[in-house]
Design a protein around this ligand. Structure first.
Ligand code: B12
Ligand code: SF4
Length: 481
């Protein structure tokens, strides 16, 4: 049985404009588990390779998979479904499986699409493995945990029992990066020397807008520091030219003991590399940051969200404005770059409190800032509340990119929110003193690129997947079917 994973083409999102193309660790883990169990598996990263639908069809014809598994976030569900259509057209007997954030929560609507046979809900590693074995052995799929599909006989929607989460993350093999086009991953359109690693799953905090916590659950699972550093050693030794690791965890610094042990393990093995990670302002202090810096940490990403304590409390963010100030001060003292991520346009936001958030960010003086528009993703409390209160103004999922408004606030229209976001980016990044400082710290080329890309984000409206047209492929059949 041959399985092909597809990461669908990236047609929208600020990351396309920012030139961020990273490997999908989810696909990497699932492929590694299948490989470990002697299943023939490969990956088409249509996003990294910038493949058209025609090229995806050609790949399917060339590779002849029995099962094609396609990954989808909310903004990429449209391109994922179009990819499914193209797969079915190129090889009609393929079993098409969809998984990831959007299908997990929206499995019923996803399964309405003719080209989708099965949805995998939640973590995919062992569900995928079980599914492949069940298909090979012609077992009843109703016995496979974590699936949703339509019953062959009566067409009813079958949702199988939930699969328990993977408790011991150390038991998983490292992501199968050798199946990925590693030379195609970029940041700011510059080929990168950065690899991504994840050390935890789940988050006990449960902020109202966070899909990650919704999918991976409240229960934090953590790899051992030794297992993480083994993976880093493997990356540094076996992948060409990597000298920087980006930790993509929800909150890398959630457990201080883990961070200390991890840093000690790096020092013990005498490894030299740069790294950056996500953090929460209530999980660090100067002493911890000094240990992290000594072990190579150069960048910290913080969810600042808002300057308004009531807004923070409503989001269930569980931080105080005061802690945010202290965390940025500590990072500056220790000399670690900071990224401040804010959310604007929550339903109760007024123009005044959004301005206050902007001014607050300026005072924090981070190295970089992101002003995302509040976006209710399926599966989150924010989505449920926005849906129930009829606040959702845009139903096209391809617009759920954080740069297009999909809600209005008590006071601001969609247009006002977008205009505020543009101005916030412009005012933050186009300060001569700021550009000079960042050029000294990160190099003039990087700053010039950021400057150009920031301008592009401001100008560009995402337009769904209009630059990809599956109909052209299906009608022309030009890929030699
Ligand atoms: C790394 C990352 C990125 C990277 C790389 C994305 C990539 N290629 O995977 C970059 C920076 C490019 C990125 C961009 C964006 N991201 Co992002 N990203 C993440 C992050 C931090 C980690 C993802 C990860 O590696 N997880 C570890 C792996 C092991 O877990 P996993 O991805 O969940 O995969 C498991 C399951 O979901 C499932 N599964 C996943 N895919 C599939 C596919 C199949 C077929 C099956 C069967 C199962 C399956 O099985 C996997 C293994 O257990 C997550 C937050 C998080 N902690 O997950 C956000 C997250 C996935 N991103 C999100 C979003 C919204 C975006 C953006 C739209 C905007 C943004 N964040 O600013 C863009 C859109 C990108 C695009 N393609 O259009 C949201 C998704 C919400 C949603 N409902 O869609 C998340 C959850 C952040 C959040 N907290 O809300 N992102
Ligand atoms: S936003 Fe961060 S802290 Fe909040 S639930 Fe999500 S991962 Fe946890």
């Amino acid at each position: 049985m041959k399985v092909t994973f597809i990461n669908p083409p990236q047609t929208n999102s600020k990351y396309k404009f920012l030139g961020v193309v990273a490997p999908s660790l989810g696909i990497g883990y699932m492929s590694a588990v299948l490989e470990e169990n002697d299943i023939d598996v490969d990956v088409i990263d249509a996003s990294a390779l910038d493949l058209s639908y025609e090229q995806i069809a050609e790949e399917i014809i060339k590779r002849q998979p029995d099962i094609v598994s396609i990954s989808a976030l909310t903004p990429t569900i449209g391109v994922a479904l179009d990819s499914a259509d193209v797969v079915k057209y190129a090889k009609p007997d393929t079993i098409v499986v969809l998984g990831g954030y959007h299908p997990t929560f929206e499995f019923a609507s996803v399964l309405e699409e003719e080209s989708v046979d099965i949805v995998i809900r939640g973590e995919g590693e062992y569900t995928m493995l079980d599914l492949v074995h069940a298909i090979e052995e012609e077992r009843d799929l109703k016995q496979v945990q974590g699936l949703a599909f339509h019953d062959k006989d009566d067409g009813s929607l079958v949702v199988t029992e939930d699969r328990p989460i993977i408790e011991d993350l150390d038991e998983l093999p490292f992501p199968a990066l050798h199946l990925m086009p590693m030379d195609k991953y970029k940041i700011l359109n510059i080929s990168t020397n950065v690899a991504t690693v994840i050390t935890t799953r789940g988050c006990p905090m449960q902020c109202s807008f966070c899909s990650s916590a919704a999918l991976h659950g409240r229960h934090l699972r953590r790899r051992s520091p030794e297992n993480v550093v083994d993976e880093i050693e493997h990356i540094l030794n076996d992948l060409d030219g990597i000298d920087t690791i980006a930790f993509m965890d929800d909150t890398f610094t959630l457990n201080t003991k883990f961070v200390r042990d991890f840093c000690a393990e790096i020092k013990r093995r005498n490894l030299n590399f740069w790294w950056g990670c996500t953090s929460r302002v209530d999980t660090i202090d100067t002493e911890l940051l000094e240990i992290m810096k000594d072990a190579g940490c150069i960048t910290l990403f913080f969810g600042v969200e808002s300057a308004d304590q009531t807004a923070l409390d409503k989001m269930n963010k569980n931080i105080t404005v005061d802690k945010t100030v202290k965390a940025f001060k500590a990072a500056k003292e220790v000399g670690i770059r900071t990224i401040a991520s804010c959310v604007i346009g929550m339903p109760d936001d007024t123009m005044e409190n959004m301005k206050r958030t902007y001014d607050f960010v300026m005072k924090l003086d981070p190295s970089y800032a992101l002003f995302s528009l509040a976006t209710p993703y399926p599966g989150t409390r924010f989505y449920k509340e926005s849906f129930e209160k009829n606040l959702i103004k845009v139903k096209d999922w391809s617009k759920y990119t954080l740069i297009e408004p999909v809600l209005e606030t008590v006071e601001c229209s969609k247009e006002e929110l977008r205009s505020f976001q543009k101005k916030a980016f412009l005012k933050f990044y186009l300060r001569p003193g700021y550009l000079f400082r960042q050029a000294r710290m990160d190099g003039a080329v990087l700053v010039k690129t950021i400057f150009g890309v920031a301008k592009q984000i401001i100008k560009k409206q995402t337009n769904g997947n209009t630059d990809y047209n599956k109909k052209n492929v299906i009608q022309s059949g030009s890929f030699g079917k």
